[in-house]
Design a protein around this ligand. Structure first.
Ligand code: GLN
Ligand code: ZN
Length: 758
């Protein structure tokens, strides 16, 4: 008999109860005991839900108070010294301190979990003396058993991936660290065995990234020793987010089961099992339902794939799984009442994916006839969406096919454009500007809410926005900035704003997913062909421009960022979605230009997020991402200055692609990348206009003139002064008005100092 198995379930709860409890606790409105109670209730609800649906292997210890990597570090007492932790079970104050910072100590770094939009807390190994502080998987297992009679499957992040995700150790220390970790894992697993645990899921997502021969040897040693220490235990070595590097080696590891991703790693994993087979003594965890996408799976096709896989293993050795933890999808489609029916019917969030797992398992075990009706409904739902008009817009398909065949290039190369632009704008040396948004005060947010609720009519709202623009145009003039912005007061979110105005998008009411800690995002859904309807930003931009003689930059979000921060349809390639977006945004760029706006910024902060994990796939992605940006911006006159902006600091290995985007000016975050970025500009001469952020906008602190002068001087050792711009690191929307004005004043002062020196 095949079995259904879940790898991890969202923590946030149907109505984000988890987030609300945590934030109430942080705000001092909830006692610690109450917090524990509330979170336990949420956790148990999630377990009973899976039990009721009939999932065979239900995960425990997938729940967290913040993040599973932090949990693992805390379990091993790996807490940076600055938090004054003195051993024993890590108190909540320390746990949250590491995650969020305390008055005395800065938080640990947070970074992207592989290529997802989930962020984990990076363990700091430097100076750590790990010991097992508490057996978290064991506690979770006991809880499920005692409270619900569930024979849970503890989930634990594996030692190899844990080490890869940590920092604060040198290359030469890898083996030492692995043997330290090994002892701790042995202890955890032995206690689980003593408790009677049958199966443990040990997550090793790092196995889909590049592995050296040394890594492979290390894995053999590591898992060899684990197997020796706990021979009674069944270990399911779980991988996800791609196909196994070194399939042949990994399947030899002495574990009882291996979980493979047959969605995001379909090509590689399927050809590997076809070519080399799968060891007869092991269980295959077949990740066939997309754990990151929001669509119903084509169950007929999935069943065929499962049958093929079943042929490779004996039927009692097959687990029907999602491709990864369900952490990355919203909880349930149930409360969605405003979506077009053809869309809603084609969606499957976490709970609906549980149903799919159960259904497929049943079809495998009892024959298709047993679930014929469900299979037919599934097919019908997917076909209805596929055939709907929104997905079959001949106008979009024709236009995109046409522009795709043209090489998207500006009329002249950068040098000529730069001369023409300089002639037109007569900007001073080191022009100063900002990234786009100005403080979104409570007043601004309230106004938007009133308008959304219908309490304010369009005129009221737009005159409110105009008043904001008025004030900030005059602040900017007074501060002495050279290139102004309108301030983005009409936007809650840089993706949502455009999604609401373009065709092909839908917005869920409750489709939240965890991004980091208690922070959740509700990505728009690109479910149809994307199309431009009407100008989206012209009114505010032109209004702002009418209030000043200095140039006002138009402000758009780029195609790749819109795509990477949305849930996207999976019936066409992402590349095609990017081109559709590019074509739509190009029309906005043209509308702005026609309305007399001569500088247009197209933000692309999220380019890096779509970068494939596999190195060999990265170049292709970057190619089409760059192409989409160029498509968006290439039709303007030479004198129209195209700006772009990127943040989140990890761009140092992408400079060539950034240059290929061919923007006239890029503003880029620098302060948090500790000079790394400046260094990479040393090595890769960048020949377009560039503004390296001269101060970090993530804190309310007002940087002084000298500090920024230092930043500027440092950058000017590397960059051509004639191409250098001065700006903050990112948008100022989360800052207060006073600190923003003060900081910008200092920035303009620092610019004057720099101008005198050069
Ligand atoms: N223009 C946007 C802003 O200033 C850019 C935001 C971003 O880079 N994430 O808010
Ligand atoms: Zn930014």
């Amino acid at each position: 008999m095949a079995k259904s198995s879940v790898m991890g379930y969202p923590r946030i709860g149907e109505n984000r109860e988890w987030k609300k409890a945590l934030e109430a606790f942080w705000a001092g409105k909830l006692e610690e005991t109450e917090l524990h109670q509330q979170l336990q209730q949420i956790r148990l609800q999630h377990l009973s839900k899976q039990q009721e649906k009939g999932i065979d292997y239900i995960p425990v210890n997938d729940f967290s108070y913040y993040d599973q990597v932090l949990d693992t570090a805390a379990m091993f007492g790996i807490i940076p010294k600055r938090f004054n932790y003195n051993g024993g079970a890590v108190p909540l104050s320390v746990y949250f301190g590491v995650a969020r910072g305390t008055k005395e100590a800065a938080a640990s770094e947070m970074t992207k979990w592989f290529n997802t939009n989930y962020h984990y807390i990076v363990p700091e190994l430097y100076g750590a003396e790990p010991v097992l502080t508490e057996n978290r998987p064991l506690a979770a297992y006991r809880e499920a058993k005692e409270k619900l009679g569930i024979e849970g499957k503890p989930v634990i992040l594996g030692p190899f991936s844990f080490l890869k995700l940590s920092k604060g150790y040198g290359r030469s220390e890898v083996d030492t660290w692995l043997s330290i970790l090994l002892k701790l894992y042995v202890q955890v697993l032995q206690e689980l065995v003593a408790e009677g645990v049958q199966w443990v899921q040990i997550d090793e997502p790092a196995l889909v990234t590049k592995l050296s021969n040394d890594d492979v040897a290390r894995l053999h040693t590591l898992y060899g020793k684990l197997a020796e220490a706990v021979p009674q235990l069944n270990l399911l070595l779980q991988t996800y987010f791609g196909s196994l590097e070194q399939y042949k080696e990994i399947v030899k590891l002495p574990v009882q089961g291996i979980g493979l991703d047959f969605v995001h790693g379909l090509r590689g994993n399927l050809s590997a099992v076809r070519e080399y087979g799968f060891p007869a003594d092991k269980v295959l965890g077949a990740g066939i339902i997309d754990g990151r996408g929001i669509w119903k799976a084509p169950l007929g096709e999935k069943l065929a794939l499962l049958r093929e896989l079943q042929g490779l293993v004996s039927s009692d050795k097959l687990l029907v799984q999602t491709s990864c933890s369900l952490l990355h999808v919203p909880v349930t489609t149930k409360p969605e009442s405003k979506l077009p029916p053809e869309l809603k019917n084609a969606l499957a969030f976490a709970d609906e994916k549980l149903d799919e797992l159960v259904l497929l398992t049943e079809a495998l075990n009892n024959g298709e006839a047993s679930v014929a009706e469900e299979l037919a409904l599934n097919k019908h739902a997917l076909e209805t969406l596929e055939q709907s008009d929104v997905r079959n817009r001949a106008d979009v398909h024709t236009a995109v096919a046409r522009i795709q065949t043209q090489e998207p290039a500006r009329k002249s190369p950068f040098a000529a454009r730069n001369a023409a632009q300089q002639h037109k704008w007569q900007l001073p040396l080191f022009p100063t500007t900002t990234i786009g948004s100005f403080p979104q005060s409570t007043e601004v947010r309230k106004a938007r809410q009133s308008w959304r609720k219908g309490e304010w009519n369009n005129e009221q709202y737009s005159s409110f926005i105009q008043a904001q623009i008025d004030s900030w145009i005059s602040y900017q003039e007074e501060i002495g900035l050279d290139v102004l912005v309108h301030g983005e007061f009409e936007r809650t979110d840089m993706v949502e704003f455009f999604g609401e105005k373009l065709e092909g998008f839908a917005f869920t009411q409750n489709g939240w997913v965890q991004s980091y800690g208690s922070r959740c995002v509700k990505p728009p859904v690109i479910f149809g062909d994307v199309a431009f309807k009407e100008a989206m930003t012209v009114e505010e931009t032109v209004y702002a421009q009418s209030k000043t003689n200095r140039p006002v930059k138009g402000m758009l979000t780029g195609p790749i960022t819109i795509m990477n921060w949305s849930f996207v349809r999976d019936d066409i390639e992402r590349e095609q979605i990017a081109y559709q977006l590019a074509y739509a945004l190009r029309q906005e760029v043209e509308a702005l230009e026609n309305a007399g706006i001569g500088m247009i910024q197209v933000d692309e902060p999220a380019v890096r997020e779509g970068l494939p994990l596999k190195e060999e796939e990265q170049a292709h992605y970057l190619d089409w991402a760059v192409k989409a940006f160029r498509m968006t911006t290439c039709t303007v006159q030479d004198t129209t200055q195209i700006h772009t902006h990127m943040c989140y600091c990890e761009f140092h290995d992408m400079i060539d692609s950034i240059e290929a985007m061919d923007a006239d000016v890029i503003s880029i975050e620098t302060s948090r990348s500790h000079g790394e970025l400046i260094h990479s500009f040393e090595v890769n001469t960048y020949k377009h206009g560039i503004g390296l952020g001269v101060y970090d906008i993530h804190s309310p602190r007002v940087p002084d003139v000298e500090e920024m002068t230092t930043m500027i001087d440092r950058a000017l050792q590397v960059l051509d002064p004639k191409l250098f711009w001065i700006n903050p690191d990112c948008g100022l929307k989360t800052r207060g008005k006073e600190e923003t004005i003060a900081s910008l004043r200092n920035m303009v002062e620092a610019t004057k100092v720099a101008r005198e020196k050069h």
